[in-house]
Write a protein that binds this ligand. Structure first.
Ligand code: DQA
Length: 141
């Protein structure tokens, strides 16, 4: 089972970015915990602050991987291009968010990713990623 986590803009700053919203742990640290927990899964991690690079990575992995866990961050609310990429590929995409975007500003209530996603997990902090990976494992049984 091959799964990639794709993180969008500013998520490279996790740990120091608005810790009251996103927590104090760096994603690199959390990712090692995930690798330890899901030893049977080939887990990959990609982060970019650039919309086109995120689209490129979805296209590159979206016809051969078993799952994509996508936190498009701010692009969630703006990017028709990433939304279209999610719809274009064969690999199922689970949309995740660390925060509960629905109890935040109005502009975070819209997602261009959700219409093409297999499902959406949000508001569980970094555990949202863990739950997304589990959803692929259980779906494979
Ligand atoms: C986020 C929520 C987005 O609204 C925000 O722009 C982010 C992170 C989250 O994981 O909670 O950068 O996707």
């Amino acid at each position: 089972m091959k799964i990639i986590i794709i993180n969008g803009p500013n998520l490279n700053l996790l740990g120091k970015r608005e810790p009251e919203v996103y927590g104090k742990q760096t994603f690199e640290d959390y990712f090692s915990q995930l690798q330890f927990k899901f030893k049977d899964v080939q887990l990959e991690y990609f982060q970019s602050n650039i919309e086109g690079e995120i689209i490129g990575k979805i296209q590159e992995t979206g016809f051969s991987y078993d799952g994509i866990v996508l936190n498009a961050a701010a692009y969630t609310h703006t990017s028709v291009g990433i939304g279209d990429a999610v719809k274009a590929v064969e690999t199922p995409v689970v949309e995740v968010h660390i925060s509960n975007t629905f109890n935040r500003e109005e502009f975070r209530h819209t997602s261009y990713i959700s219409p093409g996603a297999k499902g959406v997990i949000l508001g569980f902090g970094l555990q949202s990623y863990d739950l997304a990976i589990q959803s692929f494992l259980e779906g494979a049984e």
